[in-house]
Design a protein around this ligand. Sequence first.
Ligand code: SF4
Length: 447
Amino acid sequence: MHSRSFYIKTFGCQMNERDSEIMAQLLSEHGYIETSDSDDSDLIILNTCSIRAKAEQKVMSLLGVIRKQKKKKPNLKICVAGCVAQQEGRQIIERMPHVDLVVGTQNIYQLAELLEHCDKDSVATSLDDRYDIPAFIPAMVDGSSERRPAAFKKFLTIMQGCNNYCTYCVVPYTRGREMSRKVTHILEEANVLVGAGVREITLLGQNVNSYGKTNTVSSSKPDYSFSDLLREVAAIPGLDRLRFTSSNPKDLSDELMRCFADVENLCPQFHLPVQSGSDRILTLMNRKYTRELYLDKVSALRSYSPDIAITTDMIIGFPGETEQDFEDTMSLLEDVRFHGSYSFKYSDRPGTRSAELEGKVDESVKAERLLRFQTRQNEICLEHNRNYVGKVLSVMVEKVEGTALVTRATTNHLVHIADGMRKYTPGETLLAKIVRAGHHSLSGEPG
Ligand code: SF4
């Protein structure tokens, strides 16, 4: 019997990327082989994102395309996973009868079994508040298929779900309530990764700052915190770099910020989503912090790590946003001078409270404001990057292209090195003297 092949298409955030790796491993352990060509596969999995309307539309149009493939190959299995699967559930099969299986965000660990028994219109999207993330050891630190070359850096999920219910966000409805993994499971996974040659780990969660706050993660320390976890993972011999994402500013503790002063391999970069500079809008978003508190956290962070690179997320055109609210966002950008930001036009998400709010901002106004914000952000990026010219940074090789190297600094800046002067492999670190600055990357030579 020929081995069945599978193809995974991942949309959205790092959490989805990590979930796709977990699904790939589980399928490989059940005799499937991964392929990078969907035409060549017996099973197509779309791991979906529903953070914005656009992301969801992309999935639905792709499912339309896949319908033609299934016409040619009737035994082809179609599976929809991720946040759209969780959000829409059975409706996906009603709209797209050629879909065989819908797997929710808490059901990925049962994927292989669900596929074995999947008859027409199987749906597995039970969001369970008592859901406990099972222990999961990466049996293959990649290099297992051409689609997953040997890895020098990895994401490691430490928790799932969120209890914050920001009014625009679907995550609490698609990933459920906050559930933190046991410390022992995380440390075991981290040790396996480092033992297998991984040099950089990024700890993942929707709001890592509240790790261990909603369920017991340590049998020996009831008030075990995220900073405790950071220090334990950082202490694993052989781990060069440690990062984490994402954080809600309201839970950013002094204890966590102090880690940036004394945990050597914790990279000096912090993604701290603010979403708006206007207190009125922050209240409508239910973000539970003020502009002033955010600025206090930023200056405290910079007191522990003066050269830390701070990035953020910004929503432009939230319902009710006035020109003055937007000016508050622009002035916050000036006050913090972010090293970078992910900024988007607001879009209604099904089931969220903000979708019911009055005062929807016109699309053209949103677009004009987004352009103003991104234009100024790009100028600030270049101003920051010019400060690195002449400096020598420690960089990690990410890609080798002939003699050229694509590397990344601890601040998360991309550093392009035209000629590495010798052969390097991904994961190796070297010193680079910065010779040129661009808006979104730096150029350097071996230092
Ligand atoms: S903290 Fe983040 S993930 Fe949680 S509800 Fe708010 S925006 Fe969504």
